[in-house]
Design a protein around this ligand. Sequence first.
Ligand SMILES: Nc1nc(=O)c2c([nH]1)NC[C@@H]1CN(c3ccc(C(=O)N[C@@H](CCC(=O)O)C(=O)O)cc3)C=[N+]21
Length: 290
Amino acid sequence: MSARLIDGKAIAADIRADLREQVQRLPVQPGLATVLVGTRPDSVTYVNMKHRACAEVGVRSVRVELPESVSEAELVGRVRELNTDPQVHGILVQLPLPPHIDEERVLAQVSLEKDVDGFHPVNIGRLAMKNRDPLFVPCTPLGCIELLRHSGTAIAGRQAVVLGRSNIVGLPVALLLLRENATVTVCHSRTRDIAAVVRQADILVAAIGKPEYVQADWLRPGVTVIDVGINQKPDASSARGYRLVGDVDFDACRRVAGQITPVPGGTGPMTIAMLLRNTVRAAQRQVQNG
Ligand SMILES: Nc1nc(=O)c2c([nH]1)NC[C@@H]1CN(c3ccc(C(=O)N[C@@H](CCC(=O)O)C(=O)O)cc3)C=[N+]21
């Protein structure tokens, strides 16, 4: 037996095609601004991918690039300019920021209506509250839920286990699963006997950043596995000198799981599709509200 693959790359392509049509029907061209501080190669790669995806669906994209040494005040000044720019409907400040900058203070400056990353503390706070809705939900967690929907995995009433409690993935994905009425358990570095907790899962979301950490004998047969890990593993036979692996030991786990996302081609492309969707919705909303 082998798990069915949840093809994030194909699902993301369908979403982009749909967004392209929506964009053509809008009275304005949606605009996304990215703010990149420094030159971390992974951040540069991700930002480039986001701009390429924008071009594909007809979203205008603006790039702000600042030196690693930029002051927090200067960065905040640039964000405020984007807040008032009518051609910019969504703003994404690429994380991580350099250590001398307080991420939360910067993210709190992004206008709520343009917070397409969903990282503004008010949006996170609303996500955590019952009977409240954020204006935007963080893209990777939203992509995880979308992958579950496409896989036909029921969420309500099921046991969901989230590995990791980061602000950008683990915590918000746990909140989203709770909103979908799953019974949610969050594991982290202080959890005792992670294998025993994971064994309870009908749905497993792995977001701890440890290459091939989840072992096949931790899984309940038939579990749906969403692998958010993007780890570089040295590989001499690859042109880049490494290959990407997730937080799950894919080759072994696919023999036990019911459905599983690959890395690459799983949650990564969905993250970018959700960013585009959030940007198109931001533009729709800003047109309506004038
Ligand atoms: N403000 C902010 N928003 C983010 O959404 C954000 C961020 N900061 N910082 C970093 C993480 C990471 N992230 C990824 C997006 C796409 C892929 C992706 O598409 N990966 C491809 C492979 C790419 C490759 O080959 O290197 C895949 O999984 O198939 C991965 C990772 C967005 N992030």
